[in-house]
Design a protein around this ligand. Structure first.
Ligand code: NA7
Length: 546
């Protein structure tokens, strides 16, 4: 039998259940737990779902898939995983990504450190013992020195604020709580979908293929462009594996962690013919190339953006047979890429099918959901199945769903009532020993790249603090002021911040989310990392520690 190594640092957490509690068993929780185990810390993940996977556990709606290239989406921290895991498509679908999460959990023996079916309802800091006590939905409590939130930014789903949402007598579901037991059949059924964001667009494309009749209730059309997905052969996967160092280097250097290079040229630096040719080429590329590698000024200059939006509008007009339907599908109130761009695989062609009908609910507003379907001002739609693709209480929703209380009983929801205030998106003033992976004010972009960085930063900090025998660490109000101001400065001039969307913190279904906020770090990811690295390099002296 091999010798049992003792952890290389001092513990003073013996009276507590754990050294570290982690909320959430998605990709963030998986990597954070793995690191804690590696450091020999006593860590536990509390997860509301019955299995790991987070986003990929919950969002099982038809057509769900990510739109980062698969090989740029997976984690890069394990050479063995990179060698052992094969992706089957350039943009893998949800079942494959969920299998990937399960694969990581099994490979690194993480299941024993995860407690499922456990919804955290309260997280209170204990000033005397400098610890956190979490309470779950059954009233059970858990204590730890450190708390790491790994809750994702899109998990608190929202139903529309339409009267009667619970009255429908047929089958109704939100895309983010899709049934797990058996596939839902739409064969011969009258199906309604409310919502045309990224989720609605994926769902509609898939459901249209089998539904007897599909009614799409659209309030705001969304710019959308081809995903251009395709299978990855064994030979191609082998070749991709040889390029992993280069792929991850590109992601590291790019603005938002995708493999697509930004383009320093201006829309106005080329002739209209050159522009058209370039845009036609971009339209054929995979993934977000057509957004992120576009002329840089489509993000900041209204006229540049208008020209590209018009180019995309013409593509929609070419693809949708009925001109009236095409015009309804073309956004008029925001420019291309000023909201998160949904990528599609035949979305516009779905509206050429005889079984698909588009209802503009701005022109004919929904009055209520009834037992038999949806009643608009001018019409009634009888349905067998009603799908809510109506989005999330994004970014801060997971934090307000739990009663977080810090020093002196201060509530996080109160602290953030006018928008999040953080230090590096990792710490909150008066919430000692709490660190956030994918908290507000962090870079989002290609999520696993950002998760990987934030989780490694957090884990290294906790390792360091344990080694030094530190029992509490807190950020100062001054640092929060400085960071929050920096985040706001980075957001200036971006057209995306002049539009209502979940990325600017707006959710029209929620009373407290009617005003735009700066929810995410809008600066370049390399700049974010340089600042966070610098804090670590200077021995975390920006924090108050005891
Ligand atoms: P989104 O992008 O927030 O989209 C929600 C959609 O639901 C959007 O079209 C909304 O229209 C519509 N919606 C919401 N409430 C209503 C009501 N009350 N009536 C009619 N229509 C409504 O969420 P997704 O899940 O699609 O995507 C979120 C992110 O997940 C996505 O960006 C990816 O990063 C993954 P509205 O625009 O508010 O008029």
């Amino acid at each position: 039998m091999g010798s049992i190594e003792s952890p290389p640092f001092r513990h003073n957490n013996d009276a507590l259940d754990y050294d570290v509690l982690i909320i959430g068993a998605g990709l963030s929780g998986i990597y954070t737990l793995h690191q804690m185990n590696t450091f020999g810390l006593r860590a536990k993940v509390l997860e509301a779902g019955s299995a790991p996977g987070g986003t990929w556990y919950w969002n099982r709606y038809p057509g769900a898939r990510f739109d980062s290239e698969s090989y740029s989406y997976g984690f890069s921290w394990s050479q063995e995983v990179l060698e052992e895991w094969d992706w089957s498509e350039h943009f893998a679908a949800q079942p494959e990504t969920l299998r990937y999460c399960e694969f990581l959990v099994d490979k690194f023996n993480l299941r024993a450190g995860m407690q499922f079916d456990t919804r955290v309802t309260r997280a209170h800091y204990q000033e005397r013992s400098k610890s956190w006590v979490l309470t779950d939905h059954r009233g059970r409590t858990y204590s730890s020195r450190w708390l790491v939130t790994c809750m994702g930014i899109l998990n608190e789903f929202t139903l529309p604020n339409i009267p009667g949402v619970h009255d429908f007598a047929g089958r109704a579901m939100h895309t983010a709580r899709w049934p797990h037991d058996a596939p839902v059949s739409f064969e011969g059924k009258r199906v309604g979908v409310i919502g045309t964001g990224a989720t609605g667009i994926q769902t509609i494309t898939e459901v249209a293929k089998t539904a007897g009749h599909l009614t799409v209730f659209q309030r705001t059309p969304n710019w959308s462009a081809p995903l251009n997905n395709g299978p990855i052969s064994a030979a191609e996967m082998a070749e991709i594996k040889t390029r992993y160092p280069e792929i991850f280097r590109r992601c590291k250097e790019s603005y938002s962690c995708f493999i697509h290079k930004s383009n320093p040229a201006s829309v106005f630096s080329v002739t209209p013919e050159e522009r058209e040719k370039f845009w036609n080429e971009l339209y054929e590329t995979r993934g977000f190339e057509k957004w992120l590698s576009n002329f840089h000024d489509i993000f900041t200059d209204k006229e540049a953006n208008r020209l590209y939006s018009e180019f995309i509008a013409n593509k929609i007009r070419q693809r949708v047979h009925d001109p009236e339907t095409a015009e309804k599908l073309i956004p008029k109130c925001h420019g291309f890429g000023t909201k998160r761009v949904p990528l599609e695989s035949g979305y516009f062609e779905a509206f050429n099918r005889p079984n698909v009908e588009l209802v503009d609910v701005k022109a004919d507003p929904i009055e209520r959901v009834t037992a038999s379907g949806v009643k608009t001002r001018d019409n009634s739609y009888d349905l067998d199945v009603l799908i809510y693709a109506t989005g999330f209480d994004a970014v801060t929703g997971a934090f307000t769903a739990i009663d977080f209380q810090g020093v002196g009983g201060v509530k996080l929801s109160e602290r953030w009532k006018d928008g999040p205030r953080t230090f590096l998106g990792l710490f909150v003033e008066s919430f000692p020993n709490m660190l956030m992976v994918m908290g507000p004010h962090q870079m989002f972009g290609n999520f696993p790249r950002s998760i990987e960085y934030a989780s490694a930063w957090v884990a290294e900090f906790i390792r360091w603090a344990c080694e030094k025998g530190i029992s509490s660490a807190e950020c100062t109000g001054k640092k929060v002021e400085e960071w929050t101001e920096h985040v706001h400065t980075c957001a200036e001039g971006l057209l995306a911040n002049e539009v209502d969307s979940w990325m600017t913190g707006v959710n029209k279904n929620l009373q407290h989310k009617q005003k735009r906020i700066i929810a995410r770090y809008n600066g370049p990811a390399p700049g974010y990392r340089a600042r966070a690295d610098d804090v670590a390099k200077r021995g975390y002296e920006d924090l108050i520690m005891t």
